[in-house]
Design a protein. Structure first.
Ligand code: ZN
Length: 349
């Protein structure tokens, strides 16, 4: 679950923090609103400061979540329209990236698939934040040959859709059992299955990161993306399917996030009409439940058009043309102010 939940948390943090626009004193957020844009911007910076001082610089959290925190700092720096917020996030991220690389110079002797994936996530974000370690990149590139899609996800998207027979980790002993197992082979405890949407989202995020990092993580992003039509229709909320419902929502938002580089550019809603309609029709539930996390994902994913600050890219759903150049073209260190449109090759999505 670690790899699955973490990117969600990072995105939420990034989405909330990206909301800052240019400070305009005493301008209500909307007519009659209680708070002003200045209040909002101040709150966002306070939140970023909290993440840095209370989480990212705390060794016990940084050890486990450093790779995700670097991604959050980078995404905020790269997408915030508030230049000062962008600068602060980049500086925090750059400093943390140096520390992350210092801590991860050496690969562990027993490198499992989760650790390997986390290291690629962290290395990619560190490089985007202007810090690199060519030796670590070399080692991870070599290690990638030892991890197949089956090792990472227990299924291979090249040949099958996200399945519904992958057990969750055993609640009693933590073991990952083989597909289809109903009871744990170690402790005999009953097992629950992971939902298809959860499996799909995990594979989307991981394969996407592998593509942009230039290190294969399981399978190419295109191999996972092609199953998007098979995931439709997405689940509605019923009396007994809350888990499946939220996994459906997050799968839809992460389909869009990974497709538009976590809000680096806008895609036309024509690209994913079913997903947009699904998210739009479920927005009310998050509002009624005062679910700020999910609301952040909705707002970010649905802001696809009519955004004068960003151009809407045409949808070219040509799967084989995905990322035709090495990931490093996208991963060069970037500083706020020098961020540029993505390579034209990205239109091949
Ligand atoms: Zn067990």
């Amino acid at each position: 679950m670690r790899r699955i939940l973490a990117p969600v948390a990072v995105v939420i943090a990034a989405v909330l923090l990206m909301r800052a626009g240019h400070p305009r004193e005493s301008v209500p957020l909307w007519p009659g609103a209680r708070y002003t844009r200045q209040d909002r911007d101040r709150a966002i910076r306070r939140g970023l400061e909290f993440i840095y001082t209370q989480v990212a610089t705390q060794p016990k959290y940084f050890y486990d979540w450093g790779h995700d925190l670097l991604t959050a700092f980078y995404n905020i720096a790269a997408t915030s329209s508030d230049r000062e917020l962008s600068r602060i996030a980049w500086n925090m991220g750059h400093e943390r990236a140096r520390e992350w690389l210092r801590l991860n110079r050496k690969l562990p002797d027993q490198l499992d698939s989760v650790w390997f994936t986390d290291l690629v996530f962290g290395m990619d974000s560190a490089e985007r934040l202007g810090v690199s370690d060519p030796e670590l990149r070399r080692k991870l590139t070599e290690a990638a040959a030892h991890f197949s899609a089956q090792d990472l996800w227990l299924f291979d998207p090249v040949v099958e859709a996200p399945p519904a027979d992958i057990p969750r980790l055993c609640r009693k002993c933590g073991r990952q059992n083989v597909r289809g197992a109903k009871v744990c082979s170690h402790c005999n405890a009953p097992l629950q299955m992971r939902g298809r949407y959860d499996v799909f989202m995990d594979a989307l995020i991981t394969s996407y990161t592998g593509d942009i990092a230039g290190i294969r993580l399981g399978a190419p992003y295109a191999a996972v993306l092609k199953w998007a039509p098979a995931m439709r229709p997405y689940p509605s909320l019923g009396p007994t399917n809350e888990d499946e419902y939220y996994e459906g929502v997050y799968a839809a938002t992460h389909l869009i996030y990974t497709y538009n580089h976590y809000s680096k550019f806008r895609v036309s809603s024509d690209c994913f009409p079913q997903e947009y309609q699904y998210l739009k029709s479920n927005l009310r539930i998050a509002a009624e439940q005062k679910d700020a996390e999910t609301m952040g994902e909705y707002l970010d994913s649905l802001r696809v058009r009519n955004d004068p600050g960003r151009s809407a890219h045409p949808c070219r759903f040509r799967l084989p043309a995905l990322l035709t150049e090495p990931g490093r073209q996208l991963g060069r260190p970037e500083r706020p102010g020098s961020l540029r449109p993505l390579s034209p090759h990205m239109d091949g999505y």
